[in-house]
Design a protein around this ligand. Structure first.
Ligand SMILES: [Zn+2]
Length: 261
């Protein structure tokens, strides 16, 4: 398919400097400008996407940190609960010891054998209870000791994570104006370039770009359109190699160009 008016386009082949557009490229100046325009448009899309993703990324950093803080707080609360249980057990032991010394005093004043035996039995029970409560306290202390080590380690990790998140957040936020300046620069370059493309061809480029997810140009490679992979007619290839006319792909309507060398 020939672009209406394309035959009026300058038929001057231009050799790109090596390295530009991926190698030596012989095309007419309008095509060269459109290829550069497409590169700029795609860079703008990538940069805008990067900018738009920054708030979400910083939010993810903050969420990760908050989750660590929440988990740590839950373990601190568990430790505090153990400490509370330990104090309660210690009070219990204290009370049982008081009771035990009262029993022992009473043991001296009992009148009968039966009362004496009963009192001894009470003393035995109180002593068993004290021992069992003290075992419980020792067990709690063991658990608390191991928790203390882990909590201290976690606090260090949290501090490091917090510093890391602050650094990442600051970096991400600081990159916004830099990326925005880059986008503005690209828009200026784009405007400058658009002035140098024939208006009808530029309008066509924009129409195709709008319809084809921003990609209006397709390289003809191995006799195929590199965008839609449909075969290109030999005559079109010959025309493209002569760099004389603007052709679009019969299938996807993108503007075709060819790289040489
Ligand atoms: Zn195509």
């Amino acid at each position: 398919m020939r672009v209406p008016g394309a035959s009026r386009l300058p038929a001057i082949a231009v050799l790109f400097p090596p390295g530009e557009c991926g190698g030596d490229l012989q095309v007419n100046p309008d095509l060269r400008n459109l290829i550069t325009l497409q590169d700029i448009d795609q860079k703008i899309v990538i940069l805008k996407k990067q900018i738009s993703e920054i708030p979400e990324r910083t939010k993810t950093y903050q969420n990760e940190l908050q989750e660590l803080v929440r988990n740590h707080q839950a373990r601190v609360a568990l430790y505090q609960d153990h400490a509370k249980q330990r104090r309660a057990r210690e009070n219990e032991v204290e009370m049982m010891r008081t009771k035990l010394s009262r029993y022992k005093e009473q043991l001296m004043t009992v009148k009968t054998n039966k009362e004496y035996t009963a009192m001894l039995h009470e003393i035995q029970i109180a002593e068993d209870q004290i021992r069992s409560a003290e075992d419980g306290i020792l067990d709690l202390m063991d658990q608390m000791e191991s928790m203390e080590g882990k909590l201290a380690q976690e606090e260090e990790q949290l501090k490091a994570k917090q510093a890391e998140v602050e650094f990442q957040t600051r970096n991400a936020e600081q990159s916004v104006p830099v990326l925005e300046a880059e986008v503005s620069g690209l828009f200026r370059e784009k405007a400058d370039l658009e002035c140098r493309v024939l208006p009808e061809l530029l309008a066509r480029y924009k129409r195709i770009a709008d319809a084809r997810k921003g990609v209006a140009m397709a390289e003809a490679r191995n006799e195929l359109c590199s965008a839609c992979h449909v075969r290109i007619r030999p005559q079109v290839i010959t025309d493209l190699l002569r760099a004389e006319e603007i052709h679009v792909c019969d299938s996807c309507s993108r503007i075709l160009f060819v790289r040489q060398g």
